[in-house]
Design a protein around this ligand. Structure first.
Ligand SMILES: Cc1ncc(COP(=O)(O)O)c(C=O)c1O
Length: 412
């Protein structure tokens, strides 16, 4: 067996299952989960219709092998969206590739980019990740034969990642860096200066930047989040050197089950990525490609979806802010709240105690922040925080928030 498999960590939800194994939730309340970050708004009807029409199409969407590189229609639709959203003109032949959702692409891109044999024996390459982070980054790094290095997010700077904390000898071994903007779980959007810093580091040390942008369409400020490729062009980097942006329909169009997204950026990396994907067998079904093209071409359902999140966050955030340190994020669908000190823990409240007791007393599930981060330099930047995914309908999220308010107030 591949020995690298043993490096994989249990997924946060598995750890949550273990934590809750001995807890009996209060049966006086119906269960509400803010634990799992999976979109739950309904899939737009036109997308479901498009899918079934594509199956029935006379040219037989299911009767042929799909093109790994994507149909011209899908790539044109992706390029069209990149132009409308970011003002970018991408070459559909070389700068865009469909992927089966961003998770798959985050993982497989690492297998393409990382060279585990670059350094002498005993020295492994490094993949730099934000901390807290989406756990696929870590698993992708391990299975590619690299070591993850975790750069903490700083609550004092709107949870910006402290890239400057990475030592020069680590940068020297860095082959890949993951960014997540808007961030999961913090909701932070990376400003242009931070991109500039990362591009300078990438130029100096030669690493690839994988920009995870799957929450880009759910935002609460007037200005839409800056994209990685958009930042590159603003800084004169029109060749997108060493930069790949990953985006997805899952959250934008409420189709996490469709498994559809695309990657865009550096043409030479995408050439190798396409080669890898041909062997890996990760071509998107033609039926899914047809429905995805329709999704990228329509913006109204995205505007409506965003409006639903905005209304929901406007109701829920002030309720929770009355009892704990939490604020409306830049973007995304999470609240990243600090646990009040009286819930145990050494410096602040224990996120694990909070999640366990909240389930036991009020039947509400939240995710302990420490499960989404790793201890680095003696500090787990997720500890003393909980992540709440506001993915259910507004009434359910409001009810959960009201129970959390009662829970916190009852511990006075
Ligand atoms: C930060 C982040 N990136 C990527 C993904 C993967 O999403 P998908 O594969 O559905 O595009 C998720 C899913 O929750 C996520 O939170």
């Amino acid at each position: 067996m591949n020995p690298l498999l043993s490096r994989l960590q249990p997924y946060p939800f598995e750890r949550l299952r273990q934590l809750f194994a001995t807890v009996t939730p209060n049966p006086g309340y119906r269960p509400i989960s803010l634990g799992i970050g999976e979109p739950r708004h309904p899939t737009p009807a036109f997308l479901k219709n498009k899918l079934s029409d594509a199956i029935q199409a006379p040219d037989g969407g299911l009767a042929t092998y799909p093109a790994t590189g994507g149909t011209p229609e899908l790539k044109a639709a992706c390029a069209d969206w990149m132009q409308r959203r970011y003002g970018l003109r991408l070459n559909t032949a070389t700068e865009i590739l469909p992927v089966l959702g961003s998770r798959e692409a985050l993982f497989s891109l690492a297998q393409v980019v990382v060279n585990p044999r670059q350094f002498s024996a005993g020295q492994e390459p490094v993949v730099v990740c934000p901390n807290p982070f989406y756990q696929i980054y870590e698993g992708a790094a391990y299975l590619a034969g690299a070591q993850p290095w975790f750069a903490p997010s700083d609550p004092a700077r709107n949870f910006a990642v402290d890239w400057a904390s990475v030592p020069a000898e680590v940068w020297q071994r860095t082959q890949l860096l993951f960014t997540c903007s808007p961030g999961n779980p913090t909701g932070a959007v990376m400003p242009l200066q931070e991109w500039q810093m990362l591009f300078e580091l990438s130029d100096k040390y030669g690493f690839v930047i994988a920009s995870d942008e799957c929450y880009s369409e759910i935002y609460f400020r007037d200005e839409p989040p800056l994209g990685g490729l958009e930042a590159a062009v603003k800084l004169g980097r029109t060749d997108f050197k060493n930069l790949i942006a990953l985006t997805s329909l899952s959250k934008r169009s409420n189709v996490p089950g469709l498994r559809s997204g695309f990657v865009a950026g550096d043409a030479s990396i995408l050439k190798d990525f396409l080669l890898y994907r041909t062997y890996h067998g990760s071509a998107m079904s033609t039926v899914v490609q047809t429905a995805s093209a329709a999704a990228w071409l329509d913006e109204q359902h995205v505007v409506d979806n965003r409006a639903q999140y905005r209304a929901k966050f406007a109701e829920v955030t002030p309720l929770l802010a009355s009892v704990m340190d939490v604020a409306l994020p830049d973007a995304g669908f999470y609240l990243w709240a600090q646990v009040p000190e009286r819930f145990g823990g050494t410096q602040g409240g224990s996120d694990v105690d909070f999640a366990r007791d909240l389930l036991a007393q009020y039947n509400v599930t939240v995710l302990p922040g420490s499960y989404l981060a790793r201890e680095a330099n003696g500090h787990n930047p997720g500890a003393q925080r909980v992540r709440m995914a506001l993915v259910a309908e507004t009434a359910e999220c409001v009810e959960a928030a009201q129970r959390i308010v009662q829970f916190i107030q009852s511990t006075h």
